[in-house]
Design a binder for this molecule. Structure first.
Ligand SMILES: [Zn+2]
Length: 296
């Protein structure tokens, strides 16, 4: 049976409600030091503080206490891929990382970009300068991103979603846990590993993660995650949910944010979505442009 997907732009708030947001999340006391992913219960194996949302996205405040060091370590591979995917654009924003504002290094043109404590952006280029141009008081910079694996970016988003989930709902995703905890595992799920993506959102310095749950009868997956990091807006529909087995996959309807609808120069509408079910190492050419102000 073919899976057929219809994206729908107008009805997301009729179909879904906020189930949990990052700001509301707290690990239940009964879940402390019991690993949600592998069942580890040895308190000695919970030494590192697991961030609910990756620290480099600006999360300093939200942690989970039900993720063991070994799983935390596995998931860091996925986080690293998300970081490589979005680091260039977001290096232009004051998003505080582990110790400081992260320095972005372009491996192709050898320039670096780093936000400074005094609120300025420092760009340094040792050799060529063909990666930027200045026109009419605007600067355009281009960079080839660090390599990333699409499936690892997707697993990172999936992990963010299920880490915020109540244990009762989390249990419905049991069949996806081996896939999540094994970075070599690729499968073809019923709900495709598709990522909706907009790189030009209104920027935020703290990440926003909202897990949506279906509130009405509708032929769509029960859960969807919206994640905003810096300029980047993501949405995915969670695969592996045992409650989604009865959906009519020949006519899936996926309510999405309007942010992912694109319009080309010749007025044609499109959709910014990507199939993430791939182990290929990818680098993309990214561009950013912004206005310049003369120093007085
Ligand atoms: Zn674990």
């Amino acid at each position: 049976m073919d899976v057929i997907i219809n994206y729908e732009v107008e009805n997301i708030s009729d179909v879904y409600e906020e189930y949990v947001t990052m700001g509301e999340y707290k690990t239940h006391k009964s879940e402390y030091y019991i690993c949600k992913y592998c069942g580890e219960t040895d308190i000695e194996k919970f030494k590192s503080k697991a961030h609910l949302i990756p620290e480099f996205t600006g999360n300093k405040d939200w942690f989970c206490f039900n993720e063991c060091d070994s799983c935390n370590n596995k998931f860091s591979v996925y986080e690293y891929n998300l970081k490589n995917f979005g680091a260039f654009k977001n290096a232009h924003l004051p998003i505080y990382g582990k110790k400081k504002y992260p320095k972005y290094v372009d491996g192709y043109h050898n320039f670096t970009i780093q936000f400074q404590q005094n609120g300025t952006l420092l760009m340094s280029a040792p050799e060529n300068t063909d990666f930027f141009k200045i026109e009419n008081n605007r600067i355009q910079i281009k960079s080839v991103t660090m390599p990333f694996v699409p499936l690892n970016v997707y697993k990172c988003l999936f992990k963010i979603a299920i880490s915020m989930m109540e244990i009762n709902d989390f249990k419905k995703f049991e069949s996806g846990i081996p896939w999540l905890t094994d970075k070599k595992l690729k499968i073809e799920p019923k709900i495709p590993h598709t990522m909706l993506y907009n790189p030009n959102g209104k920027p935020v310095s703290k990440p926003i993660a909202v897990l949506l749950k279906r509130k009405a009868e509708y032929n769509c997956p029960e859960f969807s995650l919206i994640f905003i990091w810096g300029f980047l807006i993501f949405q995915i529909f969670l695969p592996f949910n045992s409650s989604d087995e009865d959906l009519d996959y020949s006519n899936l309807k996926l309510p999405i944010l309007g942010d992912f609808v694109t319009k080309s120069k010749d007025g044609k509408y499109g959709l910014s979505h990507y199939n993430m079910n791939s182990f290929d190492k990818i680098q993309t050419l990214e561009k950013i442009n912004f206005g310049l102000k003369q120093k007085k």
